[in-house]
Design a binder for this molecule. Structure first.
Ligand SMILES: Nc1nc2c(ncn2[C@@H]2O[C@H](COP(=O)(O)OP(=O)(O)OP(=O)(O)O)[C@@H](O)[C@H]2O)c(=O)[nH]1
Ligand SMILES: [Mg+2]
Length: 405
């Protein structure tokens, strides 16, 4: 069931607050504070005093000085809970007065994993809408961190309205060209940065076709990994270029991940002069990659600045498409029906044909399905792909069309 936050009132500019929790969370909050043009209050909350002192957040809160001696929880959630209990009053202050609270953390350690659910509950008690944007650790960080992250994720799912969860391993796997660990962290941070900015835009942007909160929450609920991409472009071909850039985003796997997504939200934001044809081009481009059963919700927002940039944001939840019983709310926009395609993907059933008269029974001919999944680009892996309208032209046509028989 969708529960609505009490505090967002029509016509009121909501107070948005981003709270970075733990070292990773504070890093991400700092990045957003330095680069985002969105009006967000940024808070740094950590039991590691060095991280708090170095942060550029507008409000800094060092928690649990007695429990952790200002050195962090050392990966131990029990110590982190002690730190949070010790500083409960400060945590209450951190969420006071906010209408929308974004909580950012890398899960698997102590402070972020233990404190995000506590802050989420406090914020919800105050009537705020709470969204968490978190990562789960790399496998190489060990089983203990993975288990702690899973437990934290389950707690966070219970205490938030929206959960955007990225798996570090998945991001690294899809972004294999960046072998360097710090570059991989930076790529993850960039994605988290984009996710928070996109959510802030979606929550606050009225625009010509605002995204109903119910649609946004329906996409963002659940604990599965989130599909998220954002692309921006300007100039005469900005709609195609922004979409292509979004599809190049690591989690999109060049558009292939969209086929697995049951519910999808596409937000197109641009200047007041943005044309319907541009919005339509984006939606047609996205629907080329989705399952016919997927529910697509569209939002159109206005960027409100003087640039001519168009931003495409795609948010979905991974998982094979189940036949939806009924949409959570009426879609704001009818997505144009996909034109009939010359070939159906191999996993779909071919259309039924009426039987033709046959003179004599023919021997049944069978042919094995060839293993033609386009899984790797081999030695071209490090070369920038040639993407045209979302299609990777370096992949042979018969593979792109999945012609197996
Ligand atoms: N994206 C990103 N992830 C990070 C970064 N640093 C650490 N992580 C991830 O976040 C997880 C938690 O690490 P920290 O943020 O250091 O942990 P913490 O919440 O401060 O907890 P304690 O140090 O135990 O108090 C790690 O297991 C990594 O997977 C970073 O700079 N960026
Ligand atoms: Mg730490």
């Amino acid at each position: 069931m969708i529960t609505y936050p009490r505090r967002i009132e029509a016509g009121k500019i909501p107070v948005l607050r981003l709270i970075g929790v733990g070292n990773a969370g504070v890093n991400i909050a700092d990045r957003i504070a330095m680069r985002s043009t969105i009006s967000l209050e940024t808070f740094a909350v950590n039991s590691d005093q060095q991280s708090v002192a170095a942060s550029v957040a507008s409000t800094k809160i060092a928690i649990g000085p007695l429990a952790t001696h200002g050195l962090g929880a050392g990966g131990d959630p029990d110590t982190a809970i002690e730190a949070a209990k010790e500083s409960m009053q400060e945590l209450k202050t951190a969420v006071a007065g906010a209408d929308v609270v974004f909580l950012c953390a890398g899960l698997g350690g102590g402070t972020g994993s233990a404190t995000v659910p506590i802050l989420a509950n406090l914020a919800r008690e105050n009537g705020a809408l709470v969204a968490a944007v978190v990562t789960s650790p790399f496998q190489f960080e060990g089983r203990r961190r993975t288990t702690q992250a899973q437990q934290a994720l389950a707690e966070i799912a219970k205490s938030t309205d929206a959960l955007v969860h990225f798996e570090n391993d998945r991001m690294a796997e899809l972004d294999a060209a960046r072998a360097d660990a710090s570059e991989t962290f930076a790529a993850c941070d960039q994605l988290l940065f984009q996710a928070v900015c996109a959510l802030a835009r979606l929550v606050t942007n009225s625009g010509p076709v605002p995204v109903p909160l119910a649609d946004l929450l329906a996409v963002l609920r659940g604990t599965g990994p989130c599909l998220f991409a954002c692309g921006e472009a300007s100039g005469p071909n900005r709609a195609h270029e922004a979409l292509e850039s979004a599809l190049r985003s690591p989690l999109m796997d060049r558009g292939r991940s969209l086929q697995e997504t049951g519910r999808l939200l596409v937000h197109v934001s641009g200047p007041a002069a943005m044309g319907f044809a541009e919005v339509s081009a984006v939606m047609n481009g996205v629907s080329k990659h989705t399952s016919p059963d997927a529910i697509l919700n569209l939002g159109v927002g206005s960027s409100g600045d003087s640039t001519d940039s168009l931003v495409v944001t795609i948010i979905g939840r991974s998982g094979r498409v189940e036949k939806p019983a009924a949409p959570v709310s009426t879609p704001s926009f009818e997505v144009p029906k996909r034109p009939a395609e010359p070939f159906q993907p191999a996993r779909e059933k071919p259309p039924e044909r009426s039987p033709e008269p046959v003179a004599a029974p023919q021997p049944k001919v069978t042919q094995d399905v060839l293993p033609l999944e386009p899984v790797a680009r081999g030695r071209f892996d490090k070369i920038e792909p040639t993407i045209v309208e979302g299609e990777d032209l370096d992949v042979p046509t018969f593979l792109r069309l999945r012609l197996k028989r």
